[in-house]
Design a binder for this molecule. Structure first.
Ligand code: PMP
Length: 426
């Protein structure tokens, strides 16, 4: 069981057997309201008929095409539509099978780019404390979650970290937190320390999810972009959770008006239906690599890169987004979501609440000596009572499908209100 305490799980297993729209269903047919869009990956709702049909058609037409010296039409069509969806802020797409692979791919692209430009000494990555960039060795190394690293030794060398932006003075902020843009100046400190000529790229999640929904202070990402430009450092946005509408814009880069050099995505890319990730890159990266004399410009790929089923699911997802105005709908729900979430302020053990787009976080006071136990107890109780939430440490993270309406918001927060009002039960 991934990221799961197997012994504990065996004692009280949770099984979902089917899903539709805003709901999972267990083996007895009991509905469970999905407050997390699976793992942030089902923005258009579960088992969407158009996506199901597209995948069924694809599997009957082309089951697999070698991602090696050949392509297939849907892979190119999808890439073109994706670039269009970014408003042509990026030039190329490289397919992977997951967010972790997208992160490692982007990191390799960065190294290849600097080498092709004659700056092979630029190998250092700057990550951030409390960041999550997946479980590949690259992503784990630039990630900043102690629990994800401690079992595995020293990891990639030459990585340093910005401080995280979870500041106590921003507690109970609504939308973007006010304080802390100056934390981006940490990059100056690291440049001084390591010499800029060794630094390849900075990687950040515009909004971090798995680490407990840490929001960027207003102006922070803009400042980071400025500093990277000033020093010839590439900027990677890991948009695995923020891509495809989570902030009610196509990407977080649209929301913040800050365009990175590379962007990693996954999850909502195919509405979670078929595993897929993708790296979006600025044309200068493709150009530099293709201008270099190497026979194969970027010696990297996966057997299942651009898998026909994933491309079909992705194309159908984009179509559903456009036809059903999913982002417009999500934008219309955001303020109702914010008010409902913040109505939990003042309940026992609630130490912080924060939100952005259709993301919410409720932070609970940790039981001394038992980190994560309180939130996990709430999670189990909520699941037993028909609502799926997610925990990370003692933070409850919420990220519903973007198709939810006010009645779903009411049910979700009424249930949480009820559970949190009875602290003796968790
Ligand atoms: N980056 C970020 C920001 C993520 O949130 C995640 C997954 N939660 C990943 C990378 C890894 O994606 P995957 O689980 O698909 O490998």
């Amino acid at each position: 069981m991934p990221f799961t305490a197997n012994r504990d799980y065996k004692a009280s297993p949770r099984i979902v057997a089917s899903a539709k729209g805003m709901y999972y269903y267990d083996q007895q047919g009991r509905g469970i309201l999905d407050g997390t869009a699976g793992l942030w990956c089902v923005p258009a709702g579960h088992s969407h008929p158009k996506i199901v049909e597209a995948v069924q058609q694809a599997i009957a037409t082309l089951d697999y095409a070698p991602a090696f010296q050949m392509g297939h039409p849907a892979a190119f069509e999808f890439a073109e539509q994706l670039i269009e969806y970014t408003g042509h802020k990026f030039g190329q797409v490289f397919y992977t099978n997951s967010g972790s692979e997208a992160v490692d791919t982007a990191m390799k692209m960065v190294l290849a780019y600097h080498r092709a430009r004659g700056e092979a000494q630029r190998t250092r990555f700057i990550g951030r404390e409390r960041a999550y960039h997946g479980v590949g060795f690259g992503g784990m190394s630039v990630g900043g979650l102690p629990a994800n690293r401690k079992q595995f030794g020293p990891l990639l060398q030459g990585v340093d970290y910005l401080r995280h932006t979870a500041l106590p003075e921003n507690r109970f902020s609504k939308g973007l937190p006010e304080h802390g843009a100056e934390l981006a100046d940490d990059l100056e400190r690291l440049i001084q320390l390591h010499d800029v000529s060794t630094i390849a790229a900075v990687i950040v999640e515009p909004v971090s999810g798995s680490a407990g929904v840490i929001l960027p202070p207003a102006g922070y990402l803009q400042r980071l972009r400025q500093l990277c430009d000033q020093h010839g450092i590439l900027l990677i946005f890991d948009e695995v959770i923020t891509g495809f509408g989570r902030l009610t814009t196509p990407f977080a880069s649209d929301y913040f008006g800050v365009t990175p050099d590379l962007m990693t995505t996954a999850k909502g890319l195919t509405n979670g239906v078929v595993p897929m990730g993708a790296v979006f890159s600025h044309p200068k990266i493709y150009q530099t690599l293709t201008d270099s004399p190497a026979g194969i410009e970027f010696f990297h790929g996966y057997t299942y890169s651009g898998h026909p089923l994933a491309c079909a699911a992705g194309l159908a997802t984009l179509q559903v987004f456009k036809e059903e105005g999913i982002l417009h709908h999500a934008a219309g729900m955001a303020s109702y979501w914010e008010s409902a979430l913040h109505s939990l302020k003042g309940l026992p053990h609630v130490t912080d609440i924060r939100n952005l787009g259709l993301i919410g976080a409720i932070e609970l006071e940790t039981v001394p000596g038992k980190p994560g136990a309180r939130a996990m107890a709430v999670y189990k109780k909520a699941f037993a009572e028909g609502v799926l939430i997610r925990t990370t440490g003692d933070i409850i993270a919420l990220s519903p499908p973007l198709i939810l309406d006010k009645s779903h918001i009411d049910v979700l927060f009424a249930k949480l209100h009820d559970i949190l009002s009875h602290p003796e039960s968790f």
